[in-house]
Ligand binder design. Structure first.
Ligand code: PLP
Length: 428
């Protein structure tokens, strides 16, 4: 018989390390603790019964960091804002893809991002970040954090030298609280060199409180096609709403990394109350069982679709990572840090807003909606939708033109998707 603790965390058969996709159905869950149920039940409970007052005391000591955890001690369940089996098992499973030591799940991608930023930033600090970032993150950096005396400095996503320079310069005049990277950038798929950012951050070890951590929003290619912790990042952030959830039916987020860095974020999450709810956690465990299947199918479909669009006379350009020029820094970064080009990209229709709208309105199988990463294909118009609050000149500089359409490719038959795009392009 295997003891429960061992079974829960078994990742090896003999000396063979099991791959994440083999562990998504079982890892972190011990059926003997739940009447033998094969699947992890949904623990819809706000609070947990202690077997003794001494247990309650010991659980709180660990949860509030009042003492170190003993070698074989498991943190006990207390209250669902602090911990819950569905969330803990989900967190364990999420860490496997990114090779992280610890993980936390949140009620949204923005909850993960804002809780993490508030954990590491203090008045007077500066955040150095790639540009553009997700609209909600942009709002947090531009409108919310300045109210707390936190400034931000951006660098253009594709410019590796600018990233190094901005981190060095900002670090010479203020304390950098965090280096924040989103790669590839939305919607143009410009790549940020994670290793270059990590190196520049490490050079600031002399600053008060130690060098800044590097956090990477890995929503677009993760967890399958890019794993930032392997390239020097300290924390990986996710909107689980997108590829990990994958069915456009939940909102959730995550933060993963070494326990040393995740631990203060956990403390902040407990107090802000930004954790995920058990039902969403349970749905995400179901999603994780098929994340590799879905993302692989989407990735293959996206290539067919991108090739069709590239060869279409009414399409000016396709910002697909599979079409990067043979040589140059973007290709170098891509080869160094990505496994596959993913399945969300944008393309420019010959014309402006009117032509793009005619195309979008005519789509039948592809739905006109924001968000991405779900099983169904979605298209939207960044210029007037996801990126509409950016200054027009700035938008133009970022390559978000009036004819630009963003497409998230789903798991439909690729021939059907191409037929839909083809008929919609006829009205353009
Ligand atoms: C959607 C998204 C977010 C925000 O996630 P929510 O789950 O909607 O809060 C953050 N970053 C990126 C890159 C996203 O696409």
């Amino acid at each position: 018989m295997t003891e429960p603790g061992k079974l829960r965390h078994q990742r090896m058969i003999g000396d063979r390390a099991l791959r994440p996709e083999s562990l998504m159905m079982s890892y972190g869950y011990d059926p003997s603790l739940s009447e033998g149920a094969v699947k992890c039940p949904l623990f819809l409970t706000s609070t947990f019964v202690f077997e003794s007052a001494e247990d309650g005391k010991a659980f709180f000591e660990l949860a509030y960091g009042l003492r170190e955890r003993a070698p074989a001690e498991e943190p006990g369940l207390i209250y669902s804002r602090i911990n819950n089996p569905d969330l803990e098992i989900l967190e364990d499973r999420l860490t496997l893809w990114d090779g992280a030591e610890s993980g936390l799940v949140f009620s949204s991608g923005m909850a993960a991002i804002s809780t993490t930023l508030l954990t590491f930033l203090r008045p007077g600090d500066v955040v150095v970040h790639s540009e553009p970032v997700y609209g909600g993150t942009d709002f947090l950096l531009n409108r919310i954090l300045p109210q707390f005396g936190i400034r931000h400095v951006g660098f253009p996503a594709a410019d590796r030298e600018a990233a190094r320079r901005r981190i060095r310069e900002a670090g010479s005049s203020a304390r950098i609280g965090l280096v924040y990277v989103e790669t590839p950038a939305n919607p143009t798929n410009a790549m940020v060199d994670i290793e270059a950012c990590a190196e520049a951050a490490r050079a600031l070890s002399g600053q008060e409180g130690g060098r800044p951590l590097v956090a990477v929003d890995n929503t677009f290619l993760g967890p399958l096609w890019q794993q930032p912790l392997r390239h020097g990042a300290d924390l990986v952030l996710y909107s689980l709403t997108k590829y990990v959830g994958g069915h456009s039916d939940v909102i959730a987020g995550a933060c993963l990394g070494a326990e040393q860095h995740v631990s203060p974020v956990r403390g902040m999450r407990t107090i802000l109350g930004t954790m995920c709810d058990p039902h969403t956690g349970w749905l995400l465990m179901r999603s994780l069982e098929t994340v590799k299947l879905r993302m692989t199918s989407q990735m293959k479909n996206a290539r067919y679709v991108a090739e069709f669009l590239r060869d279409h006379p009414l399409i000016r350009s396709v910002h697909y990572l599979g079409f990067l020029p043979e040589h140059g820094p973007q290709r170098e970064i891509y080869e160094g840090q990505c496994v596959a080009p993913g399945s969300t990209f944008s393309f420019e229709i010959d014309g402006g807003e009117e032509e793009a709208f005619r195309f979008l309105n005519r789509l039948e199988l592809v739905k006109l909606a924001v968000s991405l990463g779900g099983t169904e294909s979605l298209a939207e118009h960044p210029g007037t939708m996801t990126h509409s609050d950016i200054e027009p000149a700035e938008r133009e500089r970022m390559g978000i033109t009036p004819g630009l359409v963003r497409l998230s490719v789903g798991i439909e038959a690729p021939q059907d998707l191409i037929a839909d795009l083809e008929q919609a392009l006829e009205v353009v």
